[in-house]
Design a binder for this molecule. Structure first.
Ligand SMILES: *Cc1c(COP(=O)(O)O)cnc(C)c1O
Length: 354
């Protein structure tokens, strides 16, 4: 018997989306790193990315990258390494993104101990205020990396639209391109990677306004959800239902829309408020906050609306549905990035590839 809740992954659609992303990149001289963190780097899915032609597999967690050895492409650690994990980093990632001198020196020592050479991408902050050195610091410090026998300066990169919501533009990415040129001129080297961001850089890429020197993007959400993240537009030619969450109805009853009795705190310490819409047909579905962010679910039956939920239960309103549901039926949803991240991380949600 099939067990629920589960995420059903359409392998053909995922392959299509990765191939399309690689093709868009190729048209503009940009290589793609597949960002695997949203699907906890399931090796079967990462392999699909590799088959579609991505240049590397990138993830924020070293435990995830550890699962991706032997897929034939470099592994890139996206989150700045913790000083406490540098030995694991040089073992399970060929490249890491970095912005701290102390950490980069510790990586060099770890690589020396392991008898390895570790690739470094120096992150430059162009205003989003998450990770990154100032451009002039990166230009200066690149020299020390180039001098280290245990490090290889792979290139530079930027992260935008993450903390500060800053949208990639010709102007801010030109600063990255200029920083690359300054490093190349100062030290007489050629940088392999000039990484212009994530899924929020796709609109700029497609409008051909990305500075020429940018030759890499690190892409997660666009491939997984079928949309870019600067303006949240669906991307043409991408599937948006590659991943479908399925959860089972465990109660289906007509109930009033306002609780009876004095209202105190709900299961998460909030005081709930209610709108009286009369009696409604309500389904309790066996999935909860431990497994998903319910506000990020889009029911495939568009007449279904979210009512609320707690740790293990989510309540939906089925009153307006033309389909008739019964206890034991399965509701299906598309997930936004946050909901998908949580569903993949929950060990109570099965993952099925078709
Ligand atoms: C998660 C992450 C990405 C991928 O971002 P998407 O918006 O999912 O494409 C790229 N770079 C870094 C540093 C990340 O942490």
């Amino acid at each position: 018997m099939t067990s629920y809740p589960r995420i059903v992954i359409d392998a053909a659609k995922l392959k299509h989306n990765y191939s399309r992303m690689v093709e868009i990149g190729r048209t503009h001289g940009v290589g793609i790193f597949a960002v695997t963190k949203v699907y906890t780097a399931m090796p079967e899915l990462a392999r699909i990315a590799v088959e579609a032609g991505v240049e590397a597999l990138a993830d924020s967690r070293i435990e995830n990258l550890e699962q991706l050895a032997s897929l034939g492409v470099p592994r890139v650690l996206l989150r700045l390494p913790m000083l406490s994990e540098v030995d694991a980093v040089v073992r399970h990632a060929e490249i890491s993104l970095n912005s701290e001198v102390t950490t980069i020196r510790a990586l060099a020592d770890a690589a020396a101990r392991a008898g390895l050479r570790h690739g470094v991408v120096l992150m430059v902050d162009l205003g989003d205020l998450r990770e990154g050195m100032k451009p002039e610091e990166a230009i200066e410090f690149a020299g020390e990396i180039l001098d280290s026998p245990h490090l290889e300066l792979k290139g530079i990169g930027v992260n935008l639209t993450c903390y500060g919501g800053v949208i990639p533009s010709t102007e801010n990415l030109s600063v990255l391109a200029d920083t690359a040129a300054a490093i190349e001129d100062k030290y007489g080297v050629q940088l392999a990677i000039v990484s212009g961001g994530n899924s929020s850089s796709i609109p700029l890429l497609q409008s051909s306004k990305m500075p020429k020197r940018i030759n890499n993007l690190r892409i997660g959400e666009a491939v997984v959800c079928g949309k870019e993240t600067a303006y949240l537009k669906e991307l043409e030619g991408f599937h948006n239902d590659t991943f479908v969450l399925e959860a089972e109805i465990v109660e289906l009853k007509h109930k009033p829309s306002v609780p009876t009795g004095e209202i105190g705190y709900d299961a998460f310490g909030q005081v709930p408020t209610f709108v009286d819409r009369g009696e409604r047909l309500r389904a309790i579905v066996a999935i909860g906050k431990q497994d998903i962010d319910a506000s990020g679910l889009t029911p495939l039956d568009s007449a279904i609306t979210l009512v609320g939920g707690s740790s293990d239960h989510t309540i939906f309103d089925l009153t307006d549905c033309s389909a008739s549901y019964r206890v034991g039926d399965v509701l299906r949803f598309r997930c936004d990035y946050g909901a998908m991240l949580r569903a993949f991380t929950s060990r109570y949600v099965k993952k099925v590839i078709r």
